[in-house]
Design a protein around this ligand. Structure first.
Ligand code: ASP
Length: 396
């Protein structure tokens, strides 16, 4: 068995063992948290330098070969179309299944985190592109302003006569990717630790099942929608990306890490490494994957649309066609605005709820199971980025 197959098999076993251990041990499983946090922190440690070096390097090369405009346009077109399709799948399913009808909403209460975002509007999304303090943005791990700065910086660098920094960024990139390959070695232990600890925090199997029961149909609707969109993307990778099942297998390492960490950003280093293994050109993967990890979130968009419709249904509020069209647009915006970190989608949902005048307290209905759904939608987010990468790579 090859080295990468062995690693993949170990991660699959780790995920299964983690679910069983967390299920059986309940709160006691918290003892496994340490390796999980160490793994997560190691990934987070390299995100910013990796993104910066990767984006600068690829923008310089794309600009030199006059491809930047074309690739940029194709990327945004891909993001727009696939995210729209995912929201549409969510809306169709939630209308058909109607998981919120007849549900008890009396105890629903939004938490502090949500209530402080009450005034969030579309302008916040635009503002999040530029940070007044780039060092601060880097320190806080805010990916979007760092990418924006990296693009502007590399465009400006294009005017340099010496080209001295080109090689420097190349070497930083290679060094970062070397570190990624070392960290990847620990993926099985890390993923095991993260999943078992999450089960422990929920209070184990019994507690989880109790919480799941009340909103089981909603959970099923989201997971079914995500599954359908995953298959749609798979078909896209076959027809437009000219890939086959091996592409899915090659990306599986990243997908399982996304499931374990619930963070597209933390998974990014591994996604880039897997894309390299899948034969995607360096300029494409270095440009599209960092951008996609924060902007292109198909899973989050689908989930936001289903969740908001679920809240409306459970309050007995009928959503007209026009209101659903507003949900369609705002769910897409909310997904773009969500950072690639755990449960970010839950917070940006405020934007969608407010756009159609629904009570923010409705979010209280979703809180208990959100950590669980987050893992599935993050996996679809990373899959969407990976497929996008291969489609655009193929077309250029
Ligand atoms: N956790 C998701 C991600 O990192 C974002 C979200 O939907 O909460 O992609």
């Amino acid at each position: 068995m090859s080295k990468s197959n062995k690693l993949l098999l170990s991660i699959v076993i780790a995920v299964i063992l983690a679910v069983l251990t967390g299920w059986a041990l309940g709160p006691k499983a918290i003892i496994f948290e340490l390796p999980g946090v160490l793994f997560l922190n190691s990934l987070k440690m390299i995100i910013i330098p990796l993104i910066f070096a990767a984006v600068v390097k690829s923008v310089i090369s794309l600009r030199n070969s006059n491809q930047l405009g074309k690739i940029g346009l194709k990327t945004f077109l891909y993001y727009f179309i696939t995210t729209s399709v995912s929201v549409l799948i969510g809306l169709i399913l939630v209308n058909m299944i109607a998981p919120g009808e007849g549900l008890e909403t009396l105890n629903a209460k939004a938490n502090e985190n949500i209530l402080t975002k009450k005034d969030m509007g579309p302008s916040d999304l635009i503002l999040s592109f530029i940070s007044p303090n780039i060092i601060n943005a880097m320190a806080e791990g805010k990916v979007l302003p760092v990418i924006f700065f990296a693009i502007i910086f590399s465009l400006a660098l294009g005017f340099s006569k010496t080209r001295y920094l080109d090689n420097v960024f190349d070497e930083i990139n290679d060094a970062m990717m070397k570190i990624v390959s070392w960290i990847m070695f620990f993926t099985p232990i890390g993923v095991f630790g993260l999943i078992t600890a999450r089960f422990a925090k929920v209070g184990g199997a019994e507690q989880f099942i109790t919480e799941l029961k009340g909103v089981a149909m909603y959970v099923l609707t989201v997971i079914l929608g995500l599954f359908i969109h995953f298959l749609v993307l798979f078909l896209v990778s076959i027809y437009l990306g000219k890939k086959n099942i091996y592409f899915l297998k090659t990306m599986m390492n990243a997908l399982l890490t996304a499931f374990g960490t619930a963070s597209s950003s933390a998974t990014l280093p591994i996604t880039i490494e897997c894309a390299k293994e899948a034969g995607i050109k360096s300029n494409t993967r270095r440009f599209i994957l960092p951008l996609g990890s924060t902007v292109n979130m198909d899973g989050t968009a689908l989930y936001e649309a289903v969740a908001v419709m679920f809240i409306a249904q459970s309050y007995g509020i009928e959503m007209s066609f026009t209101q659903q069209a507003i949900i369609f647009v705002t769910a897409t915006l909310a997904a773009i605005g969500a950072a690639g970190i755990p449960e970010a989608g839950l917070v940006t949902m405020v934007l969608v709820l407010q756009s159609v005048g629904l009570p923010l307290d409705g979010i209280g209905l979703l809180l208990a199971v959100d950590w669980f759904l987050d893992r599935f939608r993050t996996t679809v987010n990373v899959w969407g980025d990976s497929v996008g990468c291969t489609v655009i790579d193929r077309s250029s």
